[in-house]
Write a protein that binds this ligand. Structure first.
Ligand code: G
Ligand code: G
Ligand code: MN
Length: 531
């Protein structure tokens, strides 16, 4: 079950690990390509706008000059010569002329009598604009003609002159919009009227309608705007080009992440197998953490804590492998090993220190199996343990299947082995639940001891736990005591025993025994005198 979940999670993480960098690199490539195409369109629009501004500057210049000259007969020889000179001097301008009542009467090329038809629109500067004028003499050419309404003077430029920009791609649409009519004055390629709606008042608008990326730039001087529309397919072309570089990067990054995840997963998956090997190779051993009497400071017992050192020197923490062993059903074998290691360690401990106890941690499953009693029986006999020399510690989780657990614990107690509830307060047990078990000790969890002396509201909890233990007639062992201040408070509250770094860290059995022999020897020399 655990393995399946783990494999599923690992596969999921690998998939995410591989696809996320690729998705991100693809997105970045797409974004880059999109921005690139927008920039190209903006540059083109800028170019078109500049040319139009120039044409308009020249047109306006010529119209103002002629009006200021104020020739009596606009079509006089001198005036026509002036028109020719102005025409020649202006790069964008093809012809200069004079219009009256929609007829072109004369121009820099001489006299005419050509009807021009009505104007397409009038600009805010009082100029009539005809966008597509054909002259019979020049059938292939179309002209954009601007006429000053007051003077009648007129300037003609080639219709497509404003769009005479370099566009390497025929699919790109370009054009100039009149801000008066909101329609193209000149255009090349597809134009969608809907684009006009997307144009704001600002000088430049950029948007995409799905089919085209469009940039519209308004002239700051005149009533027109240049637009450029690049087909959206150009973005995917660019994306393809960029992806060729970015996606391999994504793949490498993803593969690296996946590899790391797999390494971690492999480690986790392999753990049960490694635990089995460790059992065979005797890689487990025990440390013992002293438990002291808070009144006398005497060591009254020790908790056996499992330790695991791999052949490569790596220590694996019990929080890690005990949880795995619990899930894969290896706990009975570990408990069996722990109990047998205790038997090997303690020899004649109880003969030398008859009041000393050794506490053994049991897991929830241990309380469901009569096998545990058999292991404990062997230990009991081997160590010649008297009443109270052995303690088993069961966590609240151990009491889940109440019936069986109670039966087994009662049998354990019948042998003179005492029972402690471990990590108390971290589980879900209620008082009534607790009352239904026959217990001897309550171990106050380190998390509650930590709150002592701090002004935290939780420090109230420890007081309730102490009261509860008292009312249930349980002896108390406070865990994880790290300071004298904590010890002091616990002592004041009537807690009898404590365990923690303040008194001693977990040590090998030989060290424990040495200390124990030393302290009793010194006691023998200077016996305590009870007053
Ligand atoms: O000392 P320490 O970090 O080793 O203990 C971590 C956790 O592992 C504690 O909650 C302790 O109860 C648990 N533990 C230590 N030794 C054993 C053991 O022999 N059996 C079981 N079931 N749990 C143990
Ligand atoms: O079985 P139990 O959950 O009681 O496990 C005790 C755990 O607490 C062990 O991991 C032990 O090493 C650790 N421990 C014991 N005393 C102290 C202490 O004073 N401070 C801290 N931080 N950990 C402690
Ligand atoms: Mn414990």
């Amino acid at each position: 079950m655990r393995n399946k979940t783990f494999v599923a999670i690992a596969i999921f993480i690998v998939l995410v690990a591989v696809s996320t960098p690729i998705a991100i690199s693809l997105y970045l490539a797409w974004k880059q390509s999109f921005d690139d195409q927008m920039d190209i369109a903006a540059l083109l629009a800028e170019d078109i706008l500049r040319r139009n501004d120039e044409s308009s500057d020249q047109t306006l210049g010529i119209l103002t000059t002629l009006a200021a000259e104020g020739a009596v007969d606009p079509c006089s020889v001198e005036n026509i010569r002036l028109m020719g000179a102005l025409d020649l001097a202006s790069e964008h301008v093809q012809a200069v002329g004079y219009v009256k009542d929609d007829w072109l009467l004369c121009s820099s090329y001489g006299h005419h009598n050509t009807p021009l038809g009505p104007a397409n629109y009038i600009t805010p500067y009082g100029t009539a604009v005809r966008t597509l004028v054909e002259f019979p003499v020049l059938p292939e050419k179309r002209f954009l003609i601007s006429t000053d309404l007051k003077s009648g003077y007129t300037v003609a430029i080639h219709h497509n002159r404003p769009l005479d920009v370099f566009v390497d791609e025929p699919s790109i649409s370009v054009g100039v919009l009149s801000s008066v009519t909101n329609s193209p004055i000149v255009s090349r390629g597809e134009f969608k009227p809907a684009w006009i709606d997307s144009v704001g008042k600002q000088t430049e608008s950029r948007f995409s309608d799905g089919e085209y990326l469009v940039v519209v730039k308004h002239s700051s001087k005149y009533a027109f705007a240049a637009y450029v529309a690049v087909p959206a397919t150009k973005v995917s072309d660019g994306l393809r080009r960029l992806s060729r570089f970015l996606v391999p990067f994504g793949l490498v990054a993803g593969a690296l992440l996946a590899w790391m995840v797999l390494c971690l997963a492999k480690r986790q998956l392999a753990l049960p197998a490694v635990i089995k090997v460790a059992l065979k190779r005797n890689e487990f051993f025990l440390h013992y953490q002293p438990i002291v009497d808070l009144q006398t400071g005497q060591w009254v017992g020790a908790e056996a804590l499992i330790r695991w050192q791999r052949p490569n020197g790596e220590m694996i923490r019990p929080d890690l492998f005990i949880a795995v062993a619990e899930e894969v059903g290896l706990i009975p074998r570990i408990t069996e090993r722990v109990i047998s290691l205790i038997g090997d360690d303690i020899h004649d401990l109880f003969a030398r220190h008859p009041k000393f106890h050794i506490a053994i941690n049991l897991s929830a499953v241990d309380l469901q199996s009569r096998q545990t009693i058999e292991y404990l029986d062997v230990l009991h006999k081997k160590t010649k343990a008297g009443p109270g020399n052995l303690i088993v510690e069961a966590t609240e989780r151990g009491f889940m299947n109440v019936g069986v657990a109670r039966e087994i614990l009662d049998e354990v107690r019948a042998r003179g082995i005492e029972v402690a509830i471990d990590d108390f307060g971290t589980g879900y047990s209620s008082l009534s639940y607790l009352e239904s078990f026959n217990l001897d000790y309550l171990k106050i969890d380190k998390s509650f001891v930590d709150t002592l002396g701090k002004d935290a509201a939780t420090s109230q909890v420890v007081l309730h736990i102490i009261d509860m233990a008292k009312s249930l007639n349980l002896k108390m062992i406070a865990e994880g005591v790290e300071t004298e201040a904590q010890a002091q408070l616990l002592r004041q509250r009537g807690v009898q025993f404590a365990q923690g770094w303040h008194f001693g860290k977990p040590v090998p059995f030989s060290t424990l025994l040495e200390q124990l022999d030393k302290s009793t020897a010194s006691l023998a020399v200077t016996p305590r005198v009870d007053l």
